[in-house]
Each structure stands twice: as C-alpha cells, then as structure tokens.
Design a protein around this ligand. Structure first.
Ligand code: NAG
Ligand code: NAG
Ligand code: NAG
Ligand code: NAG
Length: 265
C-alpha cells in the first residue's frame, strides 16, 4: 500500500513536471505550463503603451545601451528550437545605464548570449505589431544592475518589412566561416539618441513562462525585407508570437520608460 502510494505520488509529480506539448495555433492562450496561465503575475509580451506622460523626467538619467565589444562573431549554434529560430554565440557585451538617481559609474555590462526570432513581433508599441522581433538575451555577469534583480534580461529589437534587405541579416545566406553575426550594426553609439526604450520585469514568452526576465523594448522598428523575414519561418507555422498579455497591469513604477535624447515624448 505504501509502495502504491509513493508510485502514485511519483506519477503525479512526473505529470506536473512534464512540459506539455505546445504550439502557436492559439497564440499561447492555451498554455498551462509553469505560470503561463497565472493572470495575477505580470507576463510577457506586452503592449508598450504610453501617452507621453510616463517618461522619466528631471535629473534621472535615461536608459542607454551602448556597444562595448560587439563584433562580428561566428555563432556556435543556430537552429529552430520550439518553432523559434534561435542563434547562440559569444556576441560580446553591451554597456547600459539605467534610469535612476545615481552617477555614471553605475554602468551595467550585459553579455549577449543568444537571440530568438518571433514573427510577427511579440511586444506591441502603442498597439502596433511589427513583422519580426529579435530578442537578444543578455546576462548581467558582473551583477551591476539595480533595476534587474534576476540579472537576466532580453532586448527586443523590432523589424518592419520594407523594400531593402537589411545587411545585418547577411548571415542568413552565408555558410561556414562567412556566417558572422555582428550586433554592433544594431546597437550603435546612436541607438540611445533617437529611440524610445521601455523596460519592465516580466516573463519568458515561451512555456513555462519563467518569471523575472527584464525586458528592454527598443520601440523604433528597423527594416527587413520580406525575403529575409521568410527565412525565419518554420514549416506549417504561419506565426510564432505569444499574444500580448493583458493580465496584471503594469504600474508606473514597474514600467521604466526612457526617452532617447533627441526624441520628443
Ligand atoms: C494569432 O495571431 C495571428 C498573427 O498575429 C493572427 O493572424 C491570428 O488570428 C491569431 N489567432 C488567434 C486564435 O488569436
Ligand atoms: C494617459 O495619461 C493620463 C495622465 O497620466 C492618464 O490619466 C491616462 O490614463 C493615460 N491613458 C492611457 C490610455 O494610458
Ligand atoms: C567582450 O568582453 C568580455 C569582457 O571583457 C569578454 O568576456 C568577452 O569575451 C568579449 N567578447 C568578445 C566577442 O570579444
Ligand atoms: C550569467 O552570469 C552569471 C554570473 O557570472 C552566471 O553564474 C550564470 O551562469 C550566467 N547565466 C547564463 C544563462 O549564462
């Protein structure tokens, strides 16, 4: 009897831990793994809605992302994982300044570890959904961040289909040692000047929707050609974006908007 009980317990434990098969046919609204269906938690992605009233003003320094040693790197692995094109490599490091009342010595060094590509974009900007979102997953290896306690974040870079190929994506058509990804063409010294960046602490956008991913959404979209976009699509999957989460609303304290130095709120 005791034996039977422990076997039953084990079976239940296995069931609970078992990651259900999941896909995007319902845009994630049917996911139940982890905290995916827990509406009391702030979940990702979100609509980065703001109406010009919620920017940091005054003496607080704005968000800034600057390239440190980003350079052309050959990825260590590139493949479809869970219906999402994912690229791994040591892509180098970004410097970041968080909006806070502190001096410029509080610089966060984020290591870019891997990228995931979602079509259409997962984060919305003022309710607009762009065509592709590149999520650059970053690690605060030196534990410098004051706004991101988990030390684990993602920068969402948005793309909109236009007429021209974006040279950043040249690696899609290259092979062997010519296949190099250079994030310094995305994050340039001008990135903080002309962009809105919104930050909040949410979740992973795939099951089990792990909490405390620090999101930084660069709101101005970049260009990609339709031909390039199509290379991120996997067979029989017309879209792989989780629906924007309504759930718990972000308070103003939870949402850190930053205004680029040259943009009007
Ligand atoms: C899922 O998202 C796609 C693309 O945004 C949309 O065309 C489709 O209608 C959505 N499906 C459901 C079930 O919401
Ligand atoms: C826009 O800002 C005002 C002032 O803070 C606020 O009352 C209002 O709810 C905001 N509108 C939306 C849609 O967020
Ligand atoms: C970037 O700098 C960090 C720290 O100095 C180092 O660990 C990393 O290997 C460098 N990456 C590249 C691509 O040079
Ligand atoms: C992030 O950096 C910390 C500190 O160096 C390290 O312990 C951790 O394994 C890293 N996380 C990932 C996902 O690489």
């Amino acid at each position: 009897m005791k034996q039977l009980f422990s076997q039953a317990t084990l079976a239940i434990a296995l069931l609970l831990n078992l990651t259900n098969a999941w896909d995007y046919t319902k845009n994630g609204t049917d996911w139940t793994d982890g905290i995916c269906s827990d509406e009391t938690k702030v979940q990702s992605p979100r609509d980065m809605y703001h109406n010009g009233t919620d920017w940091y003003t005054g003496l607080k320094t704005q968000f800034v992302f600057l390239p440190y040693n980003l350079t052309a790197v050959k990825p260590t692995k590139m493949e479809f994982e869970n219906l999402i094109y994912t690229v791994y490599g040591n892509f180098g490091r970004l410097y970041a300044k968080e909006p806070a009342n502190n001096d410029l010595t509080k610089i966060v060094k984020w290591d870019a570890m891997y990228m995931r590509f979602h079509y259409p974009a997962e984060h919305l900007v003022q309710s607009a959904q762009y065509d592709l979102e590149m999520q650059v997953y970053i690690n605060d290896t030196a534990s410098m961040s004051q706004g991101c306690l988990s030390g684990y974040g993602a920068i969402a870079v948005l793309f909109k289909v236009g007429l021209n190929d974006n040279p950043f994506f040249d690696w899609l058509t290259k092979t062997g040692d010519d296949q190099q990804i250079d994030l310094s063409t995305i994050f340039t010294p001008n990135t903080p000047l002309n962009n809105y960046i919104s930050g909040y602490v949410g979740t992973d956008t795939i099951p089990p929707c792990t909490r405390f991913v620090c999101w930084y959404v660069i709101e101005t979209p970049m260009e990609i050609s339709q031909k390039q976009l199509d290379m991120f699509k996997t067979k029989d999957t017309p879209y792989n974006a989780r629906k924007a989460q309504q759930g718990k609303d972000l308070t103003q304290r939870q949402l850190l908007n930053a205004q680029g130095l040259n943009v009007k709120a």
